[in-house]
Write a protein that binds this ligand. Structure first.
Ligand SMILES: N[C@@H](CCC(=O)N[C@@H](CS)C(=O)NCC(=O)O)C(=O)O
Length: 434
């Protein structure tokens, strides 16, 4: 990956350039350990800069706070937040050496920047045409967005995205990705699903590839709130930090539970927003971990689950017979073992069903008796996320057990109806046709 290298060079460059400018050499570069969600921050963009705005504070956090602090900003190329904390005590007489070093580093940095940028551009532009597995057409969709969802039909994260797309009445094409060969995703350096590709249009000169289910949902919701905003710009508010974990790459999308919109258009209270974010995160960080140990609890249940996935994912149409059998039998065996590992990892009850029931009851309690949905009379993004995650195991034995042993049924059925009828589409049409 080019980004970490680029980052260190840019950091070095900035450090040297700033040191020359200020004629100070002792610079203490402090990596900001910024936990956006904990700070409950809002980002407001100005071109390539994101200003960090604390909801509870009256001033922009990102503005120059003193002579000793540069403003906190996010630059598109950095992929890191930095605060430059200058120590003004030391002065140097070695300006010449530093100037030569700076020039060398600058040249090298610029060359690398250009080269890496070119490689990324070349790599990203190679997406071949892929025939959609199916098309969802909502006649009332006036958003003007051409959406293509790369997905696994029963991946909980993809189900979350579909729940949001369907509820809000977006039309979209679906490309079912082969989970073994991933040939439909060969063009992408990000090898996970879902990926939502937004085609080029008047506002978006180039197509935009949205990664991560929560980012996708937040971008779509931000767009719904402010249909004049470009998707490219909205996507830039969710920068991705990558980290190598052995051979794996870990992706961390900042702000992914935050909606970016003009303050004046927000009809929710701060408490409602916080609650919505918390439960969206809960769906990703807690509820989702209940699924595999429960769906693949026994070899029989694992096979039943994979046959169900094959049916709803239309694997017969999308994969060759051999591929399908490999995925079903190998997949079921692997996931049976994985289920046991995940049970340990997430410290689930010995009887994994108990943990699943507890999670569902926790959600029912959070919604409470006085509201139809967590969002009140209509679902909010937390409702859609929890529903999406649970719906991924709808055809599994575990889900039937959940309906029989918890009180989640009525809420789940209300959600299903609201989504099937695209009840959120009214809002979409009203917002986007203005
Ligand atoms: N945080 C991501 C997680 C996505 C994810 O882990 N997706 C799984 C499928 S459920 C995946 O693509 N795993 C990689 C693979 O199948 O190779 C999101 O919310 O979209």
């Amino acid at each position: 990956m080019a980004a970490p290298l680029l980052m260190s060079e840019k950091t070095l460059l900035l450090t040297v350039v700033n040191s020359i400018r200020r004629r100070h050499f002792s610079i203490n570069l402090v990596n900001y350990k910024l936990n956006i969600s904990r700070r409950q921050s809002r980002f407001i963009s100005t071109q390539n800069q994101l200003w960090v705005h604390r909801l509870n504070a009256s001033s922009f956090y990102g503005r120059s706070r003193s002579d000793h602090h540069d403003q906190l900003h996010y630059n598109q190329h950095d992929r890191h937040y930095h605060d430059y904390d200058y120590d003004h005590s030391e002065k140097s007489s070695k300006i010449g050496i530093v100037a030569v070093a700076a020039a060398t580093v600058t040249c090298f940095g610029l060359f690398k920047l250009f080269w890496d940028g070119f490689k990324i551009f070349a790599q990203e532009s190679e997406k071949p045409y892929c025939k959609p597995s199916r098309q969802v057409v909502i006649p009332t969709d006036t958003s003007g967005l051409k959406l293509t969802l790369y997905q696994y039909q029963t991946c909980p994260f993809c189900c979350k995205v579909r729940a949001a797309l369907d509820y809000f009445g977006f039309s979209y094409d679906v490309i079912e990705v082969n989970s073994v060969t991933k040939k439909q995703l060969k063009w992408s350096d990000y090898q996970k699903v879902p990926v939502l590709v937004v085609g080029a249009n008047a506002e978006n000169k180039q197509e935009v590839r949205l990664k991560d289910s929560s980012v996708i949902i937040s971008v779509l919701e931000s767009y719904r709130q402010d249909p004049k905003a470009s998707i490219t710009q909205l996507n830039s508010y969710y920068p991705c930090l990558t980290e190598k974990e052995g051979r794996k790459i870990k992706y961390n999308f900042l702000n992914k539970y935050f909606i970016m919109f003009p303050i004046t258009q927000d009809s929710k209270t701060q408490e409602e927003r916080i609650e919505e974010r918390q439960w969206r995160q809960w769906a990703d960080d807690h509820l989702v971990h209940m699924l595999s140990p429960n769906a693949y609890r026994t070899v029989g249940e694992a096979l039943q689950a994979f046959n169900y996935f094959s049916e709803v994912g239309e694997w017969e149409q999308n994969f060759t017979t051999l591929e399908r059998y490999v995925v079903i039998y190998v997949g079921a065996s692997v996931m049976y073992v994985m289920g046991k590992i995940l049970k340990q990892k997430y410290k689930l009850n010995d009887d994994v069903r108990i943990s699943l029931y507890e999670a569902c009851n926790e959600w029912v309690k959070a919604v409470g008796k006085s509201r139809l949905f967590m969002g009140g009379d209509k679902p909010n993004l937390a409702d859609l996320s929890v529903f999406g995650v649970l719906s991924s195991i709808e055809g599994c034995i575990a889900f039937q057990d959940v309906l029989q042993n918890t009180k989640i049924g009525p809420w789940y059925r209300r959600m299903k109806e609201a989504i099937q009828n695209h009840q959120g589409a009214k809002t979409l049409n009203r917002l986007t046709s203005n």
